[in-house]
Design a binder for this molecule. Structure first.
Ligand code: NAP
Ligand code: MG
Length: 477
């Protein structure tokens, strides 16, 4: 006998989406001139019209941030700045359900994740950084470290509010003011965050949000009034930013792409490992820079593990992101879906073997079934390029040294995972892996106190923890 899950949809009555949004500049919403639609990727329903920021909007936002920096924010003590951050954190907790529903509607990720992971982590980032605001002199970052001034922050669509929190919380804690641009497809939670800033009575101009597309982002990067850039997104755009700021005095952190290796040794507990693999690649539809998208299995256990993985994958529930039972939601955009389809087809064409469980995918919206490829070699595009979707490439190895060589054979270096019962083997492997984060017998665990960032083409600098604070500060006099 099999049991079916009854639908358990979360109500969307808690969110109030306006038909049109302006930019949030100097504490108020200013109407934009041109607009574009933001949609729910699960249904293609138009949710709202978002303003397309141009040079003059960015100019106004930078001027507001500069004024707020000079007149108010840089004059406040760390303790006073901390109070605002605590206040924002508490309001985010109070309004957590509203944020979770709105994020799910605009992004397509399951409510189970926005409710239990994204939004709690957002609040945790503000609480964590609130605690640092009055202790910066004791952080080991030099005597009385000073803020840079105005930070330009550009974020992607995969964790919209969480990426905002990763950027805004450390900037404010360290005394910088902010001009932030959310991604084109997911501006709504950033605009709701602007309301939280108003509710918290954050001084005007400390946080400014200009919505728009890549040209808006470029206008922020190139603006002479910006002192520090914090970017999360693709390696391609990261390289453009690095070129644009070369020779200027602008500081930058770049959090870019990844192709994380998840290595399973033959002594790993297989059932737990299967859970970790599923979490590593199917969490957030695989739209995760640090996803464990290359599974590297020791040969002796490969067949058994792949069989167990298939049984587990057949239980993944794909569908309505607002349903509390859903594990895998919608792909964020038609464009991203085409990228995933194109790379998966390259996997077929290059001779890897594709497998997905039977899935009933809706005709409306953007969907991709959880997928694995076996028989993958290092030369295949699906082993080298970031797919940024629910697609796992499986390779195998015979000796531990071979596992490390395969894992490190990538232009990226953001994350990796190691599965083994043996502590000494885990310690050995983590020291060999060229990745900013290495998880052992777990995957995709995040904490504001833990620095995050990559090697090589995965970026520059760290976010989170003490290392993350450092990039918002310069040496004091
Ligand atoms: P993306 O195309 O690079 O976009 C990121 C942000 O940059 C968006 O706000 C985008 O605006 C803006 N942008 C586009 N062109 C720009 C330009 N020339 N100058 C300045 N800004 C510009 O990346 P994405 O496709 O949204 O995000 C997926 C990528 O982000 C993946 O590669 C993933 O690995 C990476 N990621 C990395 C991390 C990390 O911490 N390392 C975390 C999450 C995601 P539009 O939205 O309007 O295009
Ligand atoms: Mg959207």
């Amino acid at each position: 006998m099999t049991f079916e899950y009854a639908p358990a949809p979360e109500s969307r009555a808690i969110v109030d989406i306006k038909p049109k949004y302006g930019h949030f500049i100097d504490g108020e919403f200013l109407p934009g001139k041109k607009h574009f639609a933001t949609i729910n990727p699960a249904t293609e329903e138009v949710l709202s019209q978002i303003s397309l920021g141009g040079l003059s909007d960015v100019d106004k936002a930078v001027a507001a941030a500069q004024k707020a920096y000079t007149k108010t924010w840089s004059k406040l003590s760390g303790k006073e700045r901390g109070k605002y951050l605590y206040r924002i954190a508490r309001i985010l907790q109070e309004r957590a359900r509203e944020f979770a529903v709105l994020e799910t509607l605009d992004n397509g990720k399951p409510i189970r994740e926005t409710r239990d992971i994204d939004i709690p982590l957002v609040a945790a980032h503000f609480f964590y950084h609130a605690g640092w605001a009055d202790k910066l002199d004791y952080a080991g970052l030099g005597k009385s470290p000073q803020p840079h001034g105005v930070a330009g922050q550009i974020i992607p669509w995969n964790f919209p509010l969480l990426m905002l929190a990763w950027k805004v919380a450390p900037a404010l804690a360290t005394g910088n003011t902010v001009v932030l641009k959310p991604a084109e497809t997911t501006s709504l939670t950033a605009l709701l965050f602007a309301e939280v800033c108003q509710q918290a009575e954050l001084p005007d101009g400390v946080v400014n949000i200009v919505t728009g597309d890549g040209s808006t982002g470029a206008a922020i990067v190139n603006h002479p009034g910006i002192h520090k850039i914090a970017f999360t997104g693709s390696t391609e755009v990261g390289k453009k930013i690095a070129r644009a700021i070369a020779g200027t005095n602008k500081k930058a952190t770049l959090e870019l792409g990844g192709k994380g290796a998840n290595i399973v040794f033959d002594d790993a507990p297989l059932d737990e490992t299967v859970e970790g693999i599923v979490n590593g690649i199917f969490f957030n539809q695989g739209h995760v820079c640090c996803a464990g998208s290359r599974l590297i299995l020791q040969e002796g256990i490969a067949d058994e593990l792949i069989e167990k993985l298939k049984v587990r994958m057949a239980k993944i529930r794909v569908g309505d992101p607002l349903d509390k039972n859903t594990d895998l939601g919608a792909i964020n955009s038609r464009e991203q879906l085409s990228k995933i389809q194109e790379l998966a087809s390259a996997g077929d064409a290059e001779g890897a073997e594709r497998w997905s469980p039977a899935c009933d995918l809706s005709a409306k919206g953007f969907w991709f079934a959880p997928t694995i490829f076996t028989g993958v070699t290092q030369a295949h595009r699906i082993a080298r390029e970031e797919i940024f979707g629910p697609v796992l490439s499986i390779l195998s190895f015979r000796t531990p040294q071979e596992a490390i060589e395969k894992a490190n054979n990538t232009p990226f270096g953001l994350s990796a995972g190691v599965w083994s019962e043996k502590g000494s083997r885990i310690l050995w492997a983590t020291q060999q892996l060229r990745a900013g984060v290495v998880w052992a017998n777990t995957f995709n665990k995040f904490d504001p106190a833990s620095p995050f960032g990559g090697y090589k083409e995965s970026g520059w600098g760290r976010e989170g923890g003490k290392h993350g604070l450092a990039s918002y500060l310069k040496e004091g006099k």
